[in-house]
Write a protein that binds this ligand. Structure first.
Ligand SMILES: Nc1ncnc2c1ncn2[C@@H]1O[C@H](COP(=O)(O)OP(=O)(O)OP(=O)(O)O)[C@@H](O)[C@H]1O
Ligand SMILES: [Mg+2]
Length: 656
């Protein structure tokens, strides 16, 4: 601390504090309107854009049912899922073959047990010994075979599942990132919900392939082999046993139907509580400082009520289902032995045959039971598969045409922006017309400032220029060509945005600057940082350009973050530069540093500047005063000031 004292004392001292105060006055900026509004506007801003303000977390909206999805899920298609796994067909075949082979191990084992028991009833001692030795050998072979087959089966299916997960995650993320901004505005597509979907759904697919499909193949093989063996050994008894088996299957089937109707709701409810948790952790500083921890915990607890109740209901049903299936199985066993005894009595089969058939077909029952308990997971899986494909099949509403892609290659952009009678409402709030017959022209290479009250639509204009949304009516042309006819990738490559919230990715400072131009050289990075007034502070850090920025840039200050973002914009060398209150979150000193960097960056580019503080825009080529979704006044700073209209009033407000 270098100075301490009351305002007047420090002012008299004419030290650092006085200098700061002077700077502040020079930048006399905060109009009355702003002093009331920043809070409100920052909340609307973040709730509309990032959906992360504490107000939103605490909002009861979250636990309301999210709006029903516009497009219903397509019927889930496992074959389509498997087709995504085609590149791993070799592992698939290996896995399936091993599963089939392993499926037959169980009936062979049952047959051996049956034979072994009857061996003890043999009259001759020698014969008994040699028979038992033979069976023991079979057991040892079965042991080795099981180990090898299991290894193959699990390795191959896990391999398939792992690659499928990776592929699906990548495809989903690629798809999600291509969607238009309006899609992200929807409640059920918030960052938390999407994280939950990306991690849990893709992982579920893996278990679907690695565990379920593998078990299904194995069970089918076991049941088929067992039935054939049973029929060969004692067909009459086997037939009776097979006939009663559907009773057990029916039991499991009922359970599955009950469960599958509940799982969809369950998964959704769980995602909602995850969404709340993710957002609270993401904004833990705000949540803590607002003292809203308890509130968040309450909402979280409440959101978990539904999954909890679902789980309770589910466990009841599961208990009844499994219990009755088990009971039915015992009754079937009683029937088997009674009928087997009758057949032995009648001399049709031997006691050994009864044991063999019994063990073989009982093992089938067990296999079916296992497969049956898996059906609930399959039900859950089908919901997930449907949800995954609903993302993969969705087309972004904002797409560049392929035609444009080909014609745009190598063409230059001069950067003339022309908006004509644009009407715009946000899809998420159809009742509010944000822009109404909005017209504006920015000549190539010139700068324009947008001013107006908070919420008048300045950021919306910037979003439209970036084509995050399409206008409802009217046209937006770039170099005389409708923006919808341009290749969107080509178009956005000519543009850079510096917004109020500097966006920093976790990674090094160098990597963060390189995001602006992926193939830039080391020299270019340093040059850009210099131009952004950032080189000095970066070099003073211990690791320089290799300093880790931490999660969302947590380890560097706001002003430093903003200058890194500007360096990123500089290295991009954009034709159109968009500045949305780029300096308003900074203190006076860093604002000055950043402003000098920005003034240099603007030279020779089409620049759209949104600013609350008029001192940052007086030197722009023109200024547009926006009110009620329209340009009310337009001209140079001096021209507008002399006009004594709305802009003049704003200037007066700010200079008092
Ligand atoms: N994603 C969105 N979904 C729905 N409404 C939105 C969205 N973003 C903004 N709005 C609304 O559109 C209007 C214009 O917002 P915009 O962000 O363009 O204002 P602004 O002039 O940039 O305000 P500020 O000076 O506070 O940044 C506001 O009423 C706002 O609530
Ligand atoms: Mg704004």
């Amino acid at each position: 601390m270098s100075e301490l004292g009351a305002h007047n004392e420090l002012m008299e001292k004419d030290g650092q504090y006085a200098r700061l105060e002077k700077l502040q006055r020079q930048f006399s900026s905060i109009d009355q309107e702003q002093s009331v509004e920043p809070r409100i506007s920052s909340v609307t801003r973040s709730s509309a854009g990032m959906r992360s303000s504490p107000a939103e977390i605490a909002s009861p909206l979250l636990i309301e049912d999210s709006p029903t999805q516009a497009s219903p899920h397509p019927p889930p298609s496992f074959s389509r899922l498997l087709s995504l796994n085609l590149p791993e067909w070799k592992q698939g075949i290996m896995g399936i073959l091993s599963a089939i082979a392993f499926g037959s191990v169980q009936p062979v084992y049952a047959l051996t047990i049956g034979g072994m028991i009857s061996a003890f009833y043999l009259p001759s001692h020698e014969e008994m010994q040699s028979r038992i030795q033979k069976y023991c050998m079979i057991f040892i072979i079965l042991c080795l075979v099981s180990v090898v087959l299991n290894l193959f089966q699990h390795y191959n299916f896990a391999y398939m599942g792992e690659y499928l997960t990776r592929r699906i995650r990548l495809q989903m993320l690629e798809k999600i990132l291509s969607f238009e901004a309006a899609w992200f505005d929807e409640e059920h597509n918030s960052s938390g919900a999407l994280c939950c979907r990306l991690s849990s759904e893709a992982a579920m697919v893996k278990s679907l392939i690695a565990d379920r499909v593998s078990l299904l193949v194995q069970s089918t093989s076991a049941v088929t082999v067992a039935m054939v063996m049973g029929l060969v050994v004692a067909w009459k008894l086997a037939l009776v046993m097979i006939i009663v088996q559907p009773l057990t299957i029916l039991c499991f089937y009922t359970r599955k139907v009950l469960l599958s109707t509940m799982t969809a709701k369950f998964v959704k409810a769980q995602c909602r509580s995850t969404q709340i948790a993710v957002e609270a952790v993401y904004n833990h500083r705000i949540v803590t400082s607002f003292g809203s921890i308890n509130k968040v915990l309450d909402i979280f607890d409440e959101a978990q009520d539904e999954p909890r109740n679902e789980a309770r209901k589910k466990s009841w049903l599961a208990g009844i289902g499994i219990g009755s299936a088990q009971g039915l199985t015992f009754i079937c066993w009683a029937l088997d032995f009674w009928y087997g005894g009758k057949l032995v009595n009648a001399g049709e089969i031997s006691a050994a045959d009864v044991f063999k058939t019994f063990f073989i077909l009982v093992s089938t029952g067990k296999v079916i039971a296992e497969a049956g308990s898996m059906t609930s997971d399959l039900a859950k899986g089908s919901t997930v598969v449907a949800s995954i494909f609903s993302i993969l099949d969705r087309k972004s509403l904002i797409q560049g045409s392929d035609e444009a892609k080909n014609s745009s290659i190598g063409t230059k952009m001069t950067g003339r922006i022309e908006m004509k009678k644009v009407d715009f409402t946000y899809p998420g709030r159809p009742d509010r017309l944000v822009l109404h017959e909005f017209s504006l022209e920015v000549k190539a290479g010139t700068s324009i400032g947008l001013v107006g009250k908070s919420g008048c639509g300045k950021s919306t204009v910037i979003a439209l220029i970036q084509r995050f949304y399409d206008a409802d009516k009217g046209s937006l042309k770039i170099d005389g060509v409708d923006i919808r006819l341009l290749d969107i990738g080509w178009y956005r490559r000519h543009m850079a945005l510096v917004s109020q919230e500097p966006v920093i990715y976790s990674g090094t400072i160098r990597e963060n600057i390189l995001f602006g131009k992926l193939n830039a050289s080391e020299n270019e990075v340093v040059e850009a940082a210099r131009a952004a007034n950032a080189h000095e502070f970066i070099s003073s850090l211990k690791n320089g350009y290799e300093t880790e920025c931490g999660d969302r840039g947590a380890t560097i200050s706001g002003g430093q973050r903003q200058r890194i973002v500007i360096a990123r914009a500089i290295i991009r060398n954009p034709t159109i530069l968009l500045l949305d209150e780029a300096t308003s979150a900074l203190d006076v000193q860093s604002e000055q540093l950043v402003q000098t960097a920005l003034d240099q960056l603007m030279v020779g580019r089409t620049t759209v500047v949104v600013a609350h503080r008029l001192n940052t825009i007086w030197n722009l080529d023109s200024i547009a005063f926006i009110s009620e979704g329209k340009v009310l006044e337009k001209g140079t700073y001096v021209h507008l000031k002399n006009k004594r209209g709305a802009f003049f009033n704003l200037v007066n407000l700010q200079s008092t």
